[in-house]
Ligand binder design. Sequence first.
Ligand SMILES: Cc1cc2nc3c(=O)[nH]c(=O)nc-3n(C[C@H](O)[C@H](O)[C@H](O)COP(=O)(O)OP(=O)(O)OC[C@H]3O[C@@H](n4cnc5c(N)ncnc54)[C@H](O)[C@@H]3O)c2cc1C
Length: 435
Amino acid sequence: MSAANINIPDSTQPRVVIVGGGFGGLTLADKMSKMNFQVILIDKNNFHQFQPLFYQVAMAGLEPSSILFPLRKLFQKRKNVFIRVTTVTKVDTRHKRIHTLLGELHYDHLVLAIGADTNFFGNEKIARKAFSMKSVGEALTLRNKIFYDYERAITTMDYKERQGLIDIVIVGGGPTGVEVAGALAEMKKYIIPKDYTELDTNEIDIYLIQGGDCLLKGMSVEASQKAEEFLKELGVIIKLNSRVEDFDGKHVHIKGGEKIQANKVIWAAGIKGNTVAGLPEESIVWGGRIKVDRENRVAGVENVYAIGDIAYMEEPDYPKGHPQVAQVAIQQGKNLAYNFKLQAKEKPFKPFKYKDLGSMATIGRNRAVVDLPKFKFQGFFAWIVWLFVHLFSLIGMKNRVFVFINWVWNYFTYDQSLRLIIRPKNRIEKEETPS
Ligand SMILES: Cc1cc2nc3c(=O)[nH]c(=O)nc-3n(C[C@H](O)[C@H](O)[C@H](O)COP(=O)(O)OP(=O)(O)OC[C@H]3O[C@@H](n4cnc5c(N)ncnc54)[C@H](O)[C@@H]3O)c2cc1C
């Protein structure tokens, strides 16, 4: 690859290169674009993804465009911001350069906000066969597969084969697993009987497999118990203290010998930090995260910072690092921007302190669990709170309006016309041709 400077003009302003347009990178870029810096924002995609609602795209509740936001649109009026859509492959900390698939680039300050990816804990077979939800593309692939399998199921006479097509196993009982299980159970209850009248919905089994002894481990006991109760009411089969050892595309093998027949496994059991070469070995710690100090400086290198999911910071209240959630990324983005402001005034950096605003998960309509720092509640009111928090966290007024309309429509009609199987022409021909 050429050593082109990927066509960024020279500037008298100090250059900050931000890698990743997720919650952390975008917050930082927004703040820094109002300061005396040349801001280069690099992402693999030309849009920001609102990951907490991926599962609604996968379950055909929302269209993908409602939870995505074009990066360029955000910075249309900021002349000091340059966006490049490419993958950063390596950091050369000695020469203060980054390598991307488009070329190289010099930085004065580098901020890695590259987030995390699904962790299959080294099980390549599961990684190849299971579905994950760390990008909108993956959410759409899952949507296609779910509805394609229902189409196949109504033409499949063999009971066992049909079971494989309609049963779904979700691995991981954290917020994502719980939300997916709730959404699938509602689909089974309200959508499938209308769309696939030939199918006996009693045949559909939704399994939620959790390695630990409770769901929503990071939340309160009340939230965990209520989530379990809500899911059971919806007919989800919950298996606690169960570890998935293998998945061959037809059967899920659970430690201890149990076997579940299902063609689809949704893997929501863990994440690991995305990688970029060139950082000192000792700065990469457990979960593939990058070790940073309280000012988000990467250990052992100069002028390189990491924020959000990728950053591992020990705070007295969080001795094992922060939870990998949007608020941490947003607050670290804000704090780092503030620190750059302090630096310009030759003042010392302000250490980061995470302010926990609470956590929540929804389990279908009318049911959610909310843990706020001072009180906890579950049920309908929690669900309303969940709706509004997510609505107002979305970027862009159009997205908020569209999501709101979608949710209201879904609420009253129990229906949504997004159950589309969109495949390239050659895939359709391949899948429809009997082997
Ligand atoms: C399904 C799901 C549900 C979730 N639900 C919640 C929730 O309800 N509440 C909550 O608080 N959090 C939730 N999270 C977690 C939350 O989304 C993350 O904590 C948050 O996105 C982290 O922000 P970030 O900026 O660190 O990284 P991300 O938002 O992941 O952004 C990283 C960005 O970096 C880019 N990138 C990565 N590597 C490179 C590279 N080498 N070169 C160029 N670009 C690169 C990616 O394309 C991406 O845009 C959920 C996550 C998932 C997957």
